[in-house]
Design a protein. Structure first.
Length: 478
């Protein structure tokens, strides 16, 4: 598979194209130091065989933020050094820290905006990013990633919603690019030209009057011209349309742009990949081979392989899918797709992040702080006397019930439609589930399969078929 071919990402020699994008874990303390829980989380990704691991955003400054890693002072370097060492000692995974600057937010809903920053403030930010990359190099990371996406400072300067009216102003593309251009120049002077620095930015802001892929292509070209090691594409996640909850800090993933950033189960697979492909094609036509990474609800191996093999993108970012199962790369490479713990995009992890709680996957065994080990000797769950799966049609829904299978950590629910197309529509820990996405008058067939904690699958349940009756007023539908 092309997905498992090596890639040189601006000097970062990747063994494969599977990437863990930065995901806040909320496992660090308020002090911002690396701890054992943080180390265990990222070593687990290395054990699973990811080509590139991007460690969750770590602040370049000292502003209050709750549980967030920091790289804002030399005293953080020893812990970061040990984290990088542990990952390198575990596998050939490469690792970079995502470094971030953010503006102030308050529980009242107030937030600081880029036009409130003085020129001295901006100069300080430029220096802080340069110093942070120097620390990343000293700590033994393979490179660094600038966080210029979502609701944070660098992205807010790039945004069409940037309200400044000076050299950093939002009325021109060059004004919006001014800060990150200065930051790259400062990084090169401080950390050298041979230390790879990638950038994560938005392919589309998905807010009113925000920029779209038309601007993103030009932003990507400038970043390639500046020597970015790779371009990692995301979308949305903005403050401009965030929904404020009284007494809580504004969370930028609560509006429509937040839905687009972390698409839930109702979105189709890979809904943003076409933007990344368009940006890659644009910069390539201008003579730059800068690798491009895409992300957003990509966990099906066939989708990942298609995007890489076609040349649409170079790297596949799998966030929630690798949270659910860090062993995804090894299992796909070894032809063990059936053993993957498949993310069902319930977004429990997103909710935990938004409430500053420790981020876990709802599919892990109860009480687990980390993904379970890939224990091939664990018991395969089986129904001793049959699952007795039943399907009952109701008002606009179908209700499934079945018996518990000894040793089962989760159940995948498979649905086959009238065209014979089968898909896994959900993964649950309980033995009851409702399907709210059926069309009356159409036949559906369901099966349930029990899985162990490490993805070991047992036999499928009995199959049941059901057709939701048409309402009386719709009896003439053919």
């Amino acid at each position: 598979m092309k997905l498992f071919e090596p890639l040189d990402a601006g000097g970062i020699k990747l063994a494969n194209r599977a990437m863990v994008p930065a995901m806040v874990t909320r496992l660090s303390g308020e002090d911002g130091f690396v701890n054992q829980d943080i180390t265990d989380r990222y070593v687990r990704y290395a054990q699973g065989g990811a080509g590139l691991i991007v460690v969750e955003a770590m602040a370049v400054h000292q502003a209050k933020s709750g549980p967030l890693l920091r790289i804002s002072d030399d005293r953080y370097v020893p812990g970061l050094t040990e984290l990088a060492r542990r990952i390198h000692d575990t596998s050939d995974s490469k690792v970079v820290p995502q470094i971030i600057h953010f503006l102030k937010v308050a529980k009242t809903g107030w937030r600081q905006t880029v036009d409130m920053l003085s020129l001295d403030d901006i100069d300080r930010i430029v220096e802080e990013f340069g110093d942070a990359v120097v620390r990343a190099r000293e700590a033994g990371f393979d490179g660094a990633e600038l966080h210029s996406a979502h609701a944070y400072t660098l992205a807010s300067f790039l945004s069409r919603a940037n309200p400044r009216e000076d050299d950093y102003g939002g009325d021109t593309l060059e004004g919006r690019l001014h800060l990150i251009t200065r930051i790259f120049d400062n990084i090169r002077r401080k950390a050298g030209h041979d230390f790879p620095v990638g950038v994560r930015f938005l392919a589309d802001e998905f807010i009113k009057d925000g920029y779209t892929v038309s601007d993103a292509k030009l932003i990507g070209l400038r970043l390639a011209q500046l020597g970015a090691a790779y371009l990692s594409l995301s979308v949305g996640g903005k403050f401009e349309d965030a929904v404020h909850t009284s007494g809580q800090v504004l969370y930028p993933y609560t509006g429509y742009s937040g839905d687009r950033c972390m698409p839930g189960d109702w979105y189709p697979p890979a809904p943003h990949a076409q933007f990344s492909a368009e940006i890659k094609s644009f910069i390539k036509r201008h003579g730059y081979d800068t690798p491009v990474a895409t992300a957003g609800k990509i966990s099906d191996p066939d989708d990942a392989e298609r995007l890489v093999a076609s040349g649409a993108v170079d790297i596949i970012g799998i966030a929630r899918g690798l949270l659910a199962d860090p062993d995804w790369p090894h299992k796909v490479k070894n032809g063990e797709r059936d053993r993957i713990v498949k993310c069902d995009y319930c977004n429990v992890c997103k909710h935990l992040d938004g409430t500053h709680m420790r981020v876990i996957c709802a599919l892990w065994p109860q009480g687990s702080l980390q993904a379970p080990p890939d224990d091939r000797s664990a018991m395969v769950p089986r129904w001793e006397a049959g699952a007795d799966l039943t399907a009952a049609p109701g008002q606009g829904k179908v209700t499934l019930k079945w018996k518990k299978a000894p040793g089962a950590a989760r159940y995948d629910i498979c649905r086959t439609d009238s065209l014979g197309q089968t898909q896994i529509v959900d993964a649950v820990k309980v033995t009851r589930w409702e399907d709210h996405t059926v069309l009356a008058g159409m036949p559906y067939r369901y099966e349930v399969r029990a899985y162990g904690a490490a993805g070991q699958g047992g036999t499928s349940s009995n199959a049941v078929s059901v057709t939701l009756p048409l309402p009386e007023f719709a009896q003439d539908i053919r």
